[in-house]
Ligand binder design. Structure first.
Ligand code: ASP
Length: 435
């Protein structure tokens, strides 16, 4: 049995929904479908979820939601009409949601935002004649956003009871107290992973508008190669260094039960896509991708015998934490330490440096706010000879100075720091060295 999750672009209009139902019908193992809310139909369009957040903000400020909710109503009714559905069901649901948002009784931002997926699942279930399974009360989300394990039992039972097939709304569940709560943005991927684990699926398909994950960002690197296979760990590492590949919280539920994820393109179902699994043979392709982020600050502090005084490092971290700073990368030397972090807009550089100076009396200290961090990721990094040599040659041949080079916390990622100004050039050079 396969769980198929369709993203917002796959459900943006009736023509897309017809493609979706064709895909579902082409394999009888596809019995559980998880949906996002309708996304953008073109670049100037607005996602339904964003429109719902706007409605909530307007209603909370005592403003009229006639225009904003009117656009949402029109989007759903147009889709329903185009699909030849009776408009009473969806129309009634829309009336109720509008009243709830206006009344303020059920009107949290999470309630409003969740209705995009709710309505979309009802629409698709009506169109296919399948069961609609609401996740309210079945997916239990804790305050910190984690999934209560009782979810797998509750949802699993409902999914198993559906004989003809079912449509499940993504993105939300409810708290233990029964209040609707959403995951973070893009969270329908998490619902898909939860439904896969709860139903013991053999495969979790994630249908989107690209034919899988690419080795690098195509806006930076020309025509990057697609990745056919990568491991759960590689996905998490790539996401941690900025690649928008797959919702990082969606890995955990499937990883624990070893269910593979297949990323596919709704507009080109014949394309192979990308498979995410527990293990892969890394001999043919040791490295699977490169990604990075600009705008890191490097804080460099030097003090004789620093390494022998663990309190010194604790004190620096404590000062940084007071300012909400949590270093992402660090390097500790004999007499010095370098910490790298995203400082954010309210970075109080002077104040922090003065505090470190007065409280810790370092011999030397500096901070540089224009560092980019680039990560190269691959299960073959540690055991394949020559990768770092190729990457550093490519960087130096491009006339770029590496400001930092280190294995990340994991053995499958190497982090390279360069000046922000060299970021794009470095990324291209590194990509050609590993692809
Ligand atoms: N509709 C939600 C969002 O726009 C969740 C999702 O699409 O996965 O973030």
């Amino acid at each position: 049995m396969i769980v198929s999750k369709f993203g917002g672009s796959s459900l943006a209009a009736s023509a897309q929904i017809k493609k979706v139902t064709k895909i579902i019908a082409s394999d009888e193992r596809r019995k559980i479908v998880v949906v996002s809310a309708p996304g953008k139909r073109n670049n100037d369009d607005i996602k339904i979820t964003d429109m719902l957040y706007t409605c909530h903000t307007e209603a909370a400020a005592g403003k009229s939601i006639d225009a904003s909710f009117g656009s949402i109503r029109e989007r759903y009714l147009t889709i329903a009409k185009d699909l030849g559905l009776n408009l009473d069901h969806i129309g009634g649901e829309l009336d109720l949601i509008e009243a709830n948002i206006l009344q303020g009784c059920s009107s949290t931002a999470d309630y409003a935002a969740s209705r995009g997926e709710y309505l979309c699942a009802i629409l698709l279930a009506d169109y296919m004649g399948w069961d609609f399974i609401d996740t309210e009360g079945l997916i239990v989300i804790a305050d910190d956003g984690s999934v209560d394990p009782v979810t797998f039992e509750l949802l699993g039972e409902k999914l198993a009871a559906s004989e003809k097939g079912c449509v499940v709304p993504g993105f939300y569940g409810s708290t233990k107290e029964g209040v609707i709560k959403t995951f973070t943005r893009g969270g329908s991927d998490i619902t898909g992973a939860i439904a896969s684990r709860a139903s013991g699926a053999e495969l979790y398909e994630n249908w989107t508008d690209v034919s899988g994950i690419l080795m690098a960002d195509p806006r930076i690197v020309t025509d990057p190669k697609p990745i056919r296979e990568l491991t759960y760990e590689e996905v998490r590492e790539l996401a941690s260094i900025g690649a928008a590949v797959f919702h990082e919280e969606a890995i955990a539920p499937v990883r624990e039960s070893g269910i593979p994820i297949q990323i596919k393109n709704t507009n080109r179902p014949q394309d192979e896509g990308t498979r995410i699994l527990s293990h892969r043979d890394d001999r043919l392709q040791p490295m699977i991708g490169v990604s990075g982020k600009k705008g890191y600050t490097r804080l460099y502090v030097k003090k004789l015998f620093l390494q022998k005084d663990p309190n010194f490092i604790i004190k620096i971290s404590t000062i940084l934490r007071v300012y909400g700073i949590n270093p992402e990368f660090s390097s500790i030397g004999f007499d010095s330490i370098s910490l790298f972090f995203k400082a954010g807009e309210n970075f109080r550089q002077e104040e922090i440096l003065t505090r470190i100076l007065t409280e810790l009396k370092p011999d030397e200290m500096s901070s540089d706010t224009r560092i980019a961090m680039i990560g190269i990721v691959g299960e073959g990094l540690y055991d394949t000879k020559g990768i770092i040599a190729r990457v550093s040659t490519a960087i130096s041949e491009s006339g770029i100075s590496a400001r930092y080079l280190n294995y990340g916390g994991s053995l499958i990622t190497c982090i390279i720091g360069v000046d922000d100004a060299d970021y794009l050039k470095a990324l291209e050079a590194i990509y050609s060295a590993i692809s």
